[in-house]
Design a protein. Structure first.
Length: 273
């Protein structure tokens, strides 16, 4: 499954580098469905399961209690706008519980291609093939700790800074990749305020579970899935339980009450000779 995610990730990277930018508009890139169709054939050959994908919808497949949730490009809008950090997301639910997750960011803004994976029964995660031992259990919001927010978070630095204090925040497009980074030890929590659904966060949820963390909704309740793989929330908070519960109790509605600072995905540097 890691190999499948990385193979389609190369297609995403090539699309991102097209002259004139990737094809598509709004929240849909033309490459997304092509990737999901290819993933579907390959993944179902590896392990038959019911299917729920963002682009191709639901398919009861062979039946049983296993559902594969797939988002071929979590963070499409940011991807089309020129931001790095969208991700290929593959999850397996068993009886409504995320028991496997693969999140591959082909173009992370700071690490290049980055793949984080876990399956139930493993006592560690895998990051680019190397074992990573879980360290989330004791994580707290403390000076210097990192909370991953949306790529748009730097546009509202004061509100977001207050919401994560005394920690600091880093913006990334994909909620699944934010959760994956937390599971791998890069931060203590990840947040989404954009009404995500199951295929957006299931793979990241599995990784956080594997690292000893939790995923909560806007009411502070654990995120759950129906028996047919469905799930949706208004907001979600994932990571170390103490940090996540503290964040879920904060006033995120006030984040955009301050002054906005516009940012651009492309930085132009002019040098005078």
């Amino acid at each position: 499954m890691v190999a499948a995610a990385e193979a389609v990730g190369r297609l995403l990277a090539a699309e991102f580098a097209r002259p004139g930018g990737p094809r598509g508009a709004g929240s849909h890139a033309e490459i997304d469905r092509e990737i999901e169709v290819g993933l579907r054939d390959r993944l179902l050959a590896l392990l038959p399961a019911r299917w729920l994908g963002e682009e191709t919808g639901a398919d009861p497949g062979p039946g049983g209690i296993d559902w594969r949730l797939v988002d071929p490009n979590d963070g499409t809008s940011a991807f089309l706008a020129g931001h790095r950090g969208s991700a290929v997301c593959i999850a397996l639910l068993r009886g409504g519980v995320p028991v496997l997750g693969v999140v591959h960011a082909p173009l992370s803004p700071d690490r290049g291609a980055d793949t984080i994976a876990w399956a139930e029964g493993m006592d560690h995660l895998l990051r680019n093939g190397d074992p990573v031992r879980p360290q989330l259990a004791q994580g707290t919001l403390s000076p210097g700790s990192i909370v991953f927010l949306s790529h748009a978070a730097p546009e509202w630095p004061i509100g977001n800074g207050r919401a994560v204090a005394p920690a600091r925040f880093v913006g990334l497009p994909s909620i699944a990749y934010r959760l994956a980074r937390v599971a791998a030890g890069d931060g203590v929590a990840a947040v989404s305020l954009n009404g995500p659904c199951g295929w957006d966060y299931a793979a990241g949820h599995a990784l956080v579970r594997g690292a000893g963390g939790v995923l909560l909704d806007e009411a502070g309740a654990e995120v759950r899935y129906t028996i047919d793989g469905r799930s949706s929330v208004r907001w979600c908070f994932g990571g170390a339980e103490a940090a996540v519960r503290a964040l879920a109790a904060r006033d995120w509605g006030a984040v955009r009450s301050g002054q906005r600072q516009l940012t651009s995905p492309h930085r132009v540097i002019r040098v005078r000779f």
